[in-house]
Design a protein around this ligand. Structure first.
Ligand SMILES: *Cc1c(COP(=O)(O)O)cnc(C)c1O
Length: 303
């Protein structure tokens, strides 16, 4: 993610990004780039008027994470890309949560797509990797020269692992997505849950945009527990099939507590703005039989 943005910007340039995002991306945009004279504005991702106002000024890069990690907020990629191109900005989409299977940002008007290949592309928690896709000129005039001199480099063995995984990615993601959809519907019926954030549900506030740009709701569900952090932790500890881990897009179902793990680096007010309360959990649904997963969740709610 860092390379995809840093290879384009210089001191004095302006970046606009949707506010809800993975915490390391937030640190890159709000702490690292400003040290080098890049200005950054974060906007509410699903508000077209806010994007129009932000993109009325000269802008070098627009960065979008949609759906966002962990609460699955949605940005209309076509709408933002059209506005961004009018001011000459390059649109970069972090497409990790949707995966390449369920959303194709380049077809929706974006210029660059980036992945943590650690997630669905690997799919079994074996390697850390990333992938950046864009036009020939972006890759050859910007990204490769930047990477060559600054270090990011995948080992041949890890690249081989990912190439093997790509052979099965489509089937894995479709199945995870079916499982996640069934589990999201199940969670909506439980009194222990205050809200379920899943792009495949009609209750999602941006369901209309989801229908326009995704072919499925994804494998990840944002959950707000009705109880306290203590209740949420007791629930996680009682799960037997679903493991506690902060990876996602994995063949195994994994649950995590973003406020103390993936997003702990963010200040409490930034967490609050993103809706990441101490009662929020993120469930990444894997390839187990969906009935086993629902049984596991049911027994953990009971206990
Ligand atoms: C995990 C994640 C990243 C970072 O990926 P790493 O492979 O852990 O460096 C970036 N964006 C999103 C949305 C993620 O979920």
């Amino acid at each position: 993610m860092f390379a995809s943005v840093a290879c384009l910007v210089k001191a004095g340039d302006h970046v606009v990004a949707s506010a809800a995002m993975f915490s390391s991306c937030h640190v890159v945009l709000t702490e690292i780039l400003p040290k080098w004279g890049v200005t950054v504005e974060l906007v509410k991702g699903n508000d077209s008027a806010v994007w129009a106002a932000a993109l009325s000024k000269p802008t070098k890069v627009v960065f979008i994470e949609s759906p966002s990690n962990p609460l699955m907020e949605i940005v209309d990629i076509r709408m933002v890309s059209d506005l961004a191109h009018k001011v000459g900005a390059t649109v970069i989409v972090d497409n990790v949560m949707a995966s390449p299977v369920l959303q194709k940002p380049l077809d929706l008007g974006a210029d660059v797509v980036m992945y943590s290949a650690t997630k669905h592309i690997d799919g079994q928690g074996r390697v850390l990797a990333g992938a950046v896709l864009g036009s020939f000129s972006y890759i050859h005039e910007h990204l490769i020269p930047f990477n060559r001199h600054t270090g990011p480099s995948l080992s041949p063995f890890n690249a081989w692992v990912l190439l093997k995984s790509l052979e099965t990615m489509e089937m894995r993601v479709q199945r995870m997505c079916e499982n996640a959809h069934a589990i999201a519907e199940f969670l909506e019926t439980r009194k222990e849950i205050k809200s379920v954030k899943y792009p495949g549900l009609k209750s999602h506030p941006d369901y209309v945009t989801v229908q326009k740009q995704m072919t499925g709701g994804g494998s990840t569900i944002g959950i707000e527990f009705a109880g306290s952090q203590k209740d949420a932790f007791a629930f996680m500890d009682a799960l037997r099939i679903i493991d506690i881990s902060n990876n996602l897009g994995d063949s195994k179902s994994l649950i995590t507590h973003p406020a103390s793990t993936t997003h702990r680096r963010l200040a409490p007010d930034v967490q609050a703005e993103m809706g990441i309360t101490p009662s929020v959990l993120r469930l990444s649904v894997g390839l187990e039989h969906v009935d086993d997963l629902i049984k596991d969740l049911t027994q953990a709610f009971k206990s």
